[in-house]
Write a protein that binds this ligand. Structure first.
Ligand code: ZN
Length: 292
């Protein structure tokens, strides 16, 4: 069933103590529109509220985990309002310029990813194929990543004149020098290289990805709920003491200076690059291959 036929943009299933949440726009490389981020938020809330769920797995249906934020599918919905479950900012609709853009990105990008990172249950990202830009934000919001051997990661938004995606975890999930090369080039980071840099915990054959992730999730689920929740908070607090939270706040301002600059001097806040334009530019820079 396709999206046009009413398929849900996010699927949810419970297998024993594990909730499996999957992006479900495979025909658009699971691009995230607001409908998707609110559906993810609802799915995670459901998993948190279910006392029988101990661990959450986040994956994507189809060839790719996630090709990024929706900057060009028929389901792009940046002008729509959704019911906000948590107050992060005011609604962006019927506002102009930064008043709208900052509100929307505070809510559906940085704000939601931060809240998801704080979910008091372990979360594993199960990544195959492309994990690009906004896709990184989802994978990085999880506690760790298990990737298939064909997975690759990239953040090419510097091509828009913007210093990386809104959830700016790059210097913390890999080392700062690797983060600079990753951002400066926009090039694909292979699963194997991502593992060597510590960004990915394990790389497994594509055919074994789900089995390996579920085995890890079930092993984690044997630990006591409170022990897991407090341990997650302990590591997150340590990460924030390494400056991640305040670093992200400072970079979010730079990110919006870049969007505003683009809108001021060009035709839109994305430097005129839609999904097709980005894919073509990335392909040209790589000198070969297909860019998701
Ligand atoms: Zn942005």
């Amino acid at each position: 069933m396709s999206e046009q036929d009413g398929a849900p943009v996010v699927t949810y299933e419970v297998r024993g103590p594990v909730a499996v949440v999957r992006l479900n726009r495979p025909e658009y490389t699971n691009a995230q529109n607001s409908k998707v981020t609110y559906a993810l938020d609802a799915a995670f809330t459901r998993a948190v509220n279910d006392n029988d769920v101990k661990v959450i797995v986040l994956g994507g249906n189809g060839e790719h985990f996630c090709g990024g934020h929706d900057i060009g599918t028929p389901g792009r919905d940046i002008d729509q309002s959704f019911e906000r479950k948590a107050v992060i900012w005011y609604d962006h609709v019927d506002k102009e310029g930064v008043d709208s853009r900052f509100a929307r990105e505070s809510e559906v990008y940085l704000g939601m990813c931060r809240r998801w990172r704080e979910i008091p249950k372990p979360m594993i990202a199960m990544v195959q194929g492309a994990c690009i830009a906004g896709g990184l934000m989802l994978a990085w919001s999880c506690d760790f990543i298990i990737a298939s051997d064909d997975a690759f990661f990239s953040d090419p938004v510097v091509r828009m004149g913007i210093p990386g995606v809104e959830y700016f975890a790059h210097p913390w999930v890999m080392n700062p020098r690797a983060a600079k090369e990753f951002l400066y080039t926009g090039a694909r980071l292979s699963a194997q290289r991502a593992e060597a840099l510590g960004m990915v915990n394990h790389v497994v054959p594509r055919a074994d990805l789900e089995t390996e992730v579920m085995a890890t999730a079930e092993r984690i689920a044997e630990m006591p709920r409170l022990g897991l929740a407090l341990t997650k908070k302990a590591v997150n607090q340590a990460e924030d003491l390494m400056g991640m939270r305040s670093g992200m706040d400072s970079v979010f301002g730079l990110h919006h200076a870049a969007h505003a600059h683009n809108a001021e001097v060009g035709k839109d806040s994305l430097a005129g690059l839609d999904a097709r334009g980005m894919a073509a530019a990335n392909k040209k820079a790589a000198g070969e291959g297909d860019e998701a």
